[in-house]
Design a protein around this ligand. Sequence first.
Ligand code: SF4
Length: 330
Amino acid sequence: MRRGRRHFVNSRPTPKGRRLRLGVSSCLLGERVRYDGGHKRDDYVAQTLNKYFDLVPLCPEVAIGLGVPRAPIHLVGNVSHPHAVRVHGPAVDVTAQLKRYGRRMARAERDLSGYIFKSRSPSCGLVRVPVRTPKGPRCGRGIYAAAVLEALPLLPAEEEGRLGDPRVRDNFIERVLAYRRWRDFEASGITAARLRAFHAAHKLALLVHGPGHYRALGRIVARAQRGEIKNLSQAYGRRFMAALQSPATRERHTRALTMAAKTLEPRLGGRDRTELLAAIRAYRTGKASRGTPLTLLRRHLRRFPHPELARQAYLNPDPLELKLCAGQRR
Ligand code: SF4
C-alpha cells in the first residue's frame, strides 16, 4: 500500500440509522397500478429490501394520468428512439409525457441511491423490452426508465427479474452503496488530493472488478493533480461506477485478499500468518466463504493498525452488504 500525505475520505459504511432511498416501480410493491388493475409484487423487493431501504414507489403511467384500469401501451418504431403508443383503438402516443415525467422525477428525487424497475414494461423496463420495428421485433428500453437514467446516468439500476441471480443482486447492492459514498464524497467538496485519497481507499474494491479499471481511474487521478478537477472528477465518477458493473471474480477476490494479507504479514506471528493464508486458500478453492479471511484481516488490523489498509472500502463492508450479499457469506 502506498504511503504519503494523508487525506481522509469516507470509505466507511453508511452511518447507523441512515436509510438509503431506492426508487421502485410501484407495481413491484403490490400496488394495484397495472393497466389491468393488478400488481406484480416481488417478495425480495417488497419484503427483504423494504426492511433495509426506504423504497420510493413510482408509477409513471398513473402519474401522467392514464388511470387504472387503462388501455395497454407498447413500444413501436425505431429501437433507439421508440414511441409508447396504445396497443388497441385510436392511436395515442404518450412518449412525450413519459419522458417529461422521467426528467421531472430525476430532478425531484436526486437523493435516490438506486432504482429497481419492472422488467419488460414499455415505461419502466430497463433491458429487453419488446419493440415492434419495421424490421420485426427488437429489444429496447422503457421510455420512463430511459429518461430517468439519461438525467441520472450514474444511478445504479436493475430490474426485479435479474435480482433473482445472486451475483446480479450482490453487484447491485455494492453499486448502491458505492454510489452513495461517491455522492457524499462529491457533496463534501472534491480536491485533487481528496480524489487521490478516494481512489487509494478503493484500490482493492476496484481491483476485484478488474485491474484495468483501477489503472484507468489512476490516470484520471494523475491528470487531476495537474488541474481541471471539476471535469476530471466527473469523469472519475462515471468511470468508477462503470467499473463496478464489471463482474468481480473469485480469482480477483483471492488476489485482493492476498495483497492485504501480504501488507500485514510482517507484523503477524507464524500461527496467525498460516491461519490467514489457509483461510484465503480455502476461499480460493470454494471451501470457505470470503467472510472468513475478511474477518481475520479485520481482526489483525485492529491489533496491528495500518492506516492505509484500514481505509480500504473493501475491508470495511457496509453492514447492509453483510446482510444482503450472498457473496460475503459464500
Ligand atoms: S411497470 Fe411501471 S408503469 Fe407499469 S404498472 Fe408498474 S410502475 Fe406502473
